[in-house]
Structures are given as C-alpha cells and as structure tokens.
Write a protein that binds this ligand. Structure first.
Ligand SMILES: CC(=O)N[C@H]1[C@@H](OP(=O)(O)OP(=O)(O)OC[C@H]2O[C@@H](n3ccc(=O)[nH]c3=O)[C@H](O)[C@@H]2O)O[C@H](CO)[C@@H](O)[C@@H]1O[C@H](C)C(=O)N[C@@H](C)C(=O)N[C@H](CCC(=O)O)C(=O)O
Ligand SMILES: Nc1ncnc2c1ncn2[C@@H]1O[C@H](COP(=O)(O)OP(=O)(O)OP(=O)(O)O)[C@@H](O)[C@H]1O
Length: 501
C-alpha cells in the first residue's frame, strides 16, 4: 500500500486514511491515531495491534507489517518516531524556546530554577520533569523523567496552544539514547555534571557520557551551558561545536562562577561572578549543591541572551523548594528532618556534608537501593552513607523485580564496611522512618534518602502507596504529640553507639 504525506498531520493517498494523532502505547490510542508498534525489552508493540485497532488506530508505523492496518515499515521506528510526532503536532519546538537539562544530578532542580527565573522575567514557561508536567493550566505527575516522543510532542503542542513561550525540561540519558527527544529543537542545552549511575542501561561511563553529549550536537541545540566541575563536563566544553558558556563552583576559570558559598538551615548564599558586577545571591533552596544548579540555570539564560537577568535572579532567589529535594518536614520536633532524592554516591557526597554541618548532635540516615538498577551501586550507597552518618538505617526502596532482602543486605554490607557506624536493617520503610525519628535527639538531623517525591513503592508488579514525606510527618507528629520525652527515649534504637565528634 503506497502512502504519500500530504500536509501537516495527514497521511493521504488513494484509499486514504486520515491520521490525526500518533501514539506508541496501544492502551492510550485515540481514534485517528497512527499506532507506533515498537520493539521493546519484554514485548513487541505489534502484539497489541488488536487493542490499538479497537481504540481507533487507522495506520501503523513499525518494523513489522500489520495484517490489519496500513503500515509504514521502517527498520528502526524509534529513529523516525520523534520527527514524525513533532511534524504531526506542528513542530511545537520551533515556536517554544526549549531549555533541555541533562546530567546525572541536578536536572530537576535546575529545570525548576529555570522555570522560576523565566517566569519572573515575564516569560510564560512550562515545566517537564520527573516530578511532573506543569504549564498548560494543569499539573500532572510524570511517569518518567523524559516522556516518550509522542507524549512529549503532544505536551509541547499543548504548551504552544496555551501560549507558553518557553519550557524547561529534563532530558535523561534514556531519553536521548531511546530517541525520545528526536524532533525537538533545543534553544539551550544544559549539562550539570556526570557521575556513575544508570550503568544497568548504558553499561559503561563512556557510553553514558556519549548519550548525554547527544543533546549538544549542532542541529539539536542552539547553545549550551556546561558545568565544568568534573572531567566529563570539561571534555564536553572542550569539544562542543555549539556556542557555549561554562559554569563552576570550584574554579574561577569558568565564564560564570560562585565564591563565598554559605549554606545553613535557612538557605544558601553566594557571590555570583560573570553576570555583570559581582553580586550576592541568596537562595531559599537548601544546600551548597543548589548553587551549582542556580549557576546552571543562570548560565543557560546568559548564553541565550536578551533576557533580563536581574529578574531571573530574583525568581531564582524566591524559589522555596523543589518537591522531594531536601524537603524539610517539620511537625515541631526539636531536630531537623528532611526527605531527599539522593540515589547515587555523587549526590550523597554533596548532600551529607551539608546535613552533617546542620547537626549539633548526630546524623541519622535512612537509605536503600532501588531494584532494576546497576547492582554495583548498592554497597557504595551504604558505605558512603555510613562515612557521614552516625546511624544508618537500611530499608526497602522500590525493589521492582529484584530480591528485596538481597538489596538490603548489599547496602547494609557496604555500610558495615565503612567503619563503626551503627547500622540497622529494617525491612518495612514505615518502621525504618519511625525508628529514625525515635532515635533522634534534640539538635540531630534525620534524612530519609532515595525516594524524594515518589508516591509509591514497587514490589514485583505490585505497587504500594507510600510517600516518605507523609510518613515522616506522621512519625514526627506522633513524637511531638507524646507527652513525655522519656517515651521517645524508650524507643531509642540500639545501644546508642555513636561516634564522638
Ligand atoms: C529501558 C526503558 O526505557 N524501557 C522502556 C521500554 O520498555 P520495554 O522495552 O520493556 O517495553 P515493552 O514493555 O517491551 O513494550 C514494547 C512496546 O509495546 C508497547 N506496549 C506495551 C504493552 C501494551 O499493553 N501496549 C503497548 O503498546 C510499549 O509502549 C512499547 O512501545 O519502552 C516502554 C514504553 O515505551 C517504556 O515505558 C520503558 O521505560 C521504562 C518504564 C523505564 O523505566 N524506563 C526508565 C529506565 C527510564 O526511561 N528512565 C529515565 C530516567 C533516568 C533517570 O533517573 O535519570 C527516564 O527518562 O524516565
Ligand atoms: N548539583 C548537584 N550535584 C550533586 N548532587 C545533586 C545536585 N543537585 C541535586 N543533587 C542530588 O540529587 C538528587 C536529585 O536532584 P534532582 O532531582 O535535581 O536531580 P536529577 O538529575 O533530576 O535527578 P533525577 O533524574 O534522579 O530526578 C537531590 O535530591 C540531591 O540529593
């Protein structure tokens, strides 16, 4: 069957079908859609053609021919999917300014900072992150960091319809490697940093870096903001073929940098260099790592040019929190308690020293490892936590199809190997959080690490609603509600072997 593409959003020819949309998931097909049947790890989308047809699919794009739907057959459908989805949705990234943020840590925070800065500078902006999608008049939780191509282009098209001018989005290495952002023109690409993570997917660091570097190819992004505080960033800056500015919190050799960083429990201040005369910036966000992210956002807008940076800085200063990122939970308890999303050792090494600095007593960390990820991460997550914390409580995150007991044991072994830190293993996450709260004394710091904003734990195919912030708040409220301080003392876990400081 021959088909001729005939104007935006139409697939026409003799015996025509009219395509009005595109979808790569049979469960979400709408009448008039082109169903894109992709080969996956577990299934081939062609297995679900009947469902796609029953929902109104009129044609198919795949590497396999359908017996029931007119099919565009290509060898690698993922490679044409992005541009095709963009075309069907009217190439929204040609209208919107898309700021794409990639890197191992700091993508979500940087996207929130960009959004805050752009909005304050009067640029109506949408936000696409692993936390959620916001901007077209509604906010919805995200199913992944970077949406699949069809959902991405549809979302961008909705942003155009609702007259947004820009979008700040996270671009995961999976999104780049799996062609999810093909067909998207990025006004600016941002590189935060690169450290060991996701090796279950990318196999080695060079492949991981190469996936990230795809965002910075000419034709993909117009300009770049590159963090040069690790070797990968420096490599990217040395080889980038697009106009770029660098940023750093470690060296004054960068175009935009910071000095005099001071992070306490009320916020973070630093002196900004490279954006007009040196000036003091005061973030409400907690932790010195947020200075890196603030520089990333500012550098992206500096390299873009034409945006009022004073207003951007004001917006960045006013951002009060990023969901699940060092989110403070306070029920009136006499110690600090946080939920954070650190899930690699690079993040731990940035966050734990800050948390340590806030503590007038001890640091109590609840940690774990998510299943379905590089098993080589597990021990180091435990040992790094134990290097900084006085008490490490190892518990379940989302084991997915991995053996939960093995995950816990691997993390705990790492923690035990780090020295004489108190290490407890408590299977149930709620009980682990309660134990952390119960063993905290006035002036201590408690951090529930690893899951951030997530609202569910996944065990095999089963989901359990679980929000660390809700559970922590409840445990803290119970503690505060209990009349006698001696009660909390009775719940103190273990013999209180705490390292002297
Ligand atoms: C490794 C990876 O990215 N896998 C993705 C891949 O899964 P898969 O190969 O197992 O797909 P599959 O289940 O075999 O199905 C094959 C095809 O059939 C389709 N299908 C399947 C079932 C059905 O009933 N109907 C149907 O149409 C699917 O949409 C898919 O196109 O294709 C699926 C559908 O397109 C994705 O959902 C899935 O992402 C999964 C959920 C995932 O977790 N990906 C993670 C690793 C990911 O992308 N993470 C990054 C964040 C990284 C970070 O933390 O920074 C992200 O951007 O979210
Ligand atoms: N610039 C940074 N350097 C090191 N660690 C950071 C930095 N920014 C954030 N983190 C740590 O990484 C965690 C995740 O932060 P954020 O969500 O902003 O990054 P991300 O790259 O989007 O990660 P993810 O894709 O897992 O959401 C934070 O909770 C914090 O522990």
């Amino acid at each position: 069957m021959t088909r001729r593409l005939d104007g935006a959003g139409r697939l026409a020819g003799p015996g025509d079908v009219v395509v009005t949309g595109i979808c790569q998931d049979s469960r979400r097909v709408q009448p008039g859609d082109l169903y894109v049947a992709l080969p996956g790890r577990r299934h081939h989308g062609a297995q679900f053609t009947a469902e796609a047809v029953s929902r109104g699919a009129v044609a198919m794009l795949s590497d396999r021919i359908s017996a029931v739907l007119p099919t565009v057959v290509v060898r690698e459908p993922r490679r044409v999917l992005g541009p095709l989805a963009a075309w069907i949705h009217g190439n929204p990234s040609a209208t919107l300014e898309v700021y794409g943020v990639t890197g191992t840590n700091g993508k979500t925070s940087t996207a929130y900072l960009l959004d805050a800065g752009l909005r304050t500078a009067g640029v109506p902006t949408g936000l696409i992150t692993g936390v959620g999608i916001r901007g077209d008049g509604r906010a919805r939780p995200a199913t992944r960091t970077t949406p699949e191509a069809c959902e991405l282009q549809q979302t961008l098209a909705t942003f155009v319809e609702t007259r947004l001018a820009a979008v700040a989005m996270e671009v995961s290495s999976h999104g780049l490697a799996l062609n999810r952002v093909d067909g998207t023109d990025f006004r600016v690409g941002v590189f935060t940093n690169l450290a060991r993570d996701h090796l279950d997917f990318h196999t080695d660091m060079d492949t991981y870096f190469a996936a990230k570097a795809r965002l910075f190819a000419p034709g993909r992004c117009g300009a770049a903001a590159i963090g040069i505080d690790d070797d990968f960033g420096r490599r990217l800056a040395a080889t980038a073929l697009v106009p770029h500015l660098t940023f750093s919190t470690a060296t004054t050799a960068a175009d935009i940098c910071a000095s005099g960083i001071h992070a306490d429990e009320s916020g973070t201040s630093f002196t900004l260099h490279g954006v007009g005369p040196a000036r003091t910036v005061r973030l409400r966000l907690l932790g010195a790592h947020q200075v890196d992210n603030a520089l990333a956002a500012l550098t992206a807008l500096a390299v873009r040019g034409g945006i009022e940076l004073d207003a951007v800085i004001e917006g960045i200063e006013h951002l009060s929190a990023v969901p699940g990122r060092l989110e403070r939970v306070d029920a009136g308890q006499p110690f600090l308690a946080f939920v954070d999303y650190m899930h690699n050792t690079a993040g731990q090494r940035r966050l734990f020293p800050y948390l340590r600095s806030l503590s007038r007593g001890h640091l109590i960390a609840v940690v774990g490892a998510t299943g379905g990820r590089d098993p080589g991460k597990r021990g180091p997550l435990g040992s790094t936590a134990a290097t900084f914390a006085d008490t490490v409580i190892v518990t379940d995150e989302s084991p997915h199809s991995d053996d939960a007991a093995q995950l816990r044991e691997d993390v705990a072994q790492g923690a035990r190997s780090a020295g004489n830190t108190e290490v407890l293993v408590i299977e149930d996450r709620g009980a682990a959080i309660a134990a952390a709260v119960a063993c905290a004394a006035p002036g201590d710091v408690v951090v529930i690490a690893g899951r951030g904003h997530d609202r569910a734990q996944t065990f095999g195919g089963h989901e359990r609603i679980f929000d660390d912030r809700v559970v922590l708040r409840r445990a803290l409220a119970q503690l505060v509600g209990s009349k006698n301080a001696a009660v909390s003392e009775r719940f103190r876990v273990g013999p209180g072997r705490r390292r002297p400081r």
